[in-house]
Write a protein that binds this ligand. Structure first.
Ligand SMILES: NC(=O)c1ccc[n+]([C@@H]2O[C@H](COP(=O)([O-])OP(=O)(O)OC[C@H]3O[C@@H](n4cnc5c(N)ncnc54)[C@H](OP(=O)(O)O)[C@@H]3O)[C@@H](O)[C@H]2O)c1
Length: 288
């Protein structure tokens, strides 16, 4: 991480941008882009210099003090019960404490996420919504990494087309909205440039990695049972079930122009992403 990311409260300036989830998939990229622009940046996470926890309201006020703009990436997902109210309450407090601009990361086709968007819009600050498709990086920075390495990705989905989007594009849209004028009141629905089934995405990964990786569609109940047997908490199993049954039902199977509208260029393609991750060796076969 660049040196211009704030490390102590003492370096706070009124230009500081708070990046919640600032060590996560999108937040890390947002923080890096802001640092490259010379913007004083404060990471908002439980392990940051000023600890911030969505589930502990006593941590909220210290983290927004002296902040001009904030990126809101809720963890684990805006779909979980209570998430919208939590994000809305945080946005309201931030606006009351003088934060002028809020950029919220949201998900496509999720009623709960859209409820969170509404609460951010009503918080009293300028707002921008970045409403994202499934991230490319779920295959390289999330729960699908190990199955890819093992050579078999079993998921409770089959045939649905998803316009996967690059977290680098999401972060760039967010960074621009946080630091440049002209994005207040915009809902940027961001997708990649083409739709892929999960089987096709895994096929692209296999081609890029130069090794066989099989995609296996499985029934939702069987998948949930395996997760439970592996010790995943009930909330995680619930969330996976929700995402794969409620959201990946075809409702999001269309392309949108959010990246082009915000950045004036086309979104990055999955093939480019797959090649660049494969080149790092992340998806190589496990050592014998
Ligand atoms: N994945 C997708 O395809 C997708 C698609 C559309 C929308 N979304 C939305 O993306 C959001 C997640 O964004 P992301 O994927 O960029 O983040 P992420 O990688 O899932 O989040 C990890 C970050 O959250 C922090 N964190 C974890 N628990 C926390 C807590 N209790 N309080 C405060 N911070 C916490 C972590 O730092 P610490 O561990 O130090 O706290 C880390 O910085 C969700 O709201 C989801 O709805 C995801």
């Amino acid at each position: 991480m660049s040196n211009s990311v704030e490390t102590t409260a003492a370096t706070t300036s009124n230009d500081t941008v708070l990046v919640t989830g600032g060590t996560g998939k999108t937040g890390r990229r947002v923080a890096e882009l802001l640092a490259a622009r010379g913007v004083p940046t404060r990471i908002g996470s439980r392990s940051a210099e000023i600890p911030f926890d969505w589930n502990d309201r006593s941590t909220w006020k210290p983290v927004v003090q002296g902040v001009r703009a904030a990126y809101l990436a809720y963890y684990p997902d805006l779909a979980v019960p209570g998430a919208a109210e939590t994000v809305g309450a945080f946005a309201k407090l931030a606006a009351e404490e003088g934060v002028e601009r809020l950029v919220v990361l949201s998900g496509r086709g999720e009623p709960e996420a859209q409820q969170a968007e509404q609460l951010v819009m009503a918080a009293g600050a300028q707002w921008t919504v970045v409403r994202a498709a499934w991230f490319f990086q779920n295959f390289s920075e999330n729960f699908m990494v190990d199955p890819v390495i093992q050579g078999e990705v079993a998921l409770p989905v089959d045939g649905v087309l998803e316009p996967f989007v690059d977290a680098d594009d999401i972060a760039e849209v967010a960074a621009v909205a946080l630091t440049e004028d002209g994005h207040h009141g915009e809902i940027y629905e961001v997708t990649g440039p083409r739709m892929l089934t999960f089987a096709e995405a895994i096929g692209e990964i296999a081609a890029a990695a130069g090794r066989p990786v099989e995609f296996v569609p499985v029934p939702m109940d069987a998948y949930a049972q395996v997760l439970t047997e592996l010790g995943e908490p009930d909330e995680v199993v619930w969330l996976i079930r929700y995402l794969f049954t409620e959201v990946l039902d075809g409702r999001n199977s269309h392309l949108t122009d959010g990246v082009k509208r915000a950045l004036g260029r086309e979104p990055r393609d999955f093939t480019e992403y797959a090649r660049s991750v494969a080149a790092t060796g992340l998806w190589n076969a496990p050592a014998e």
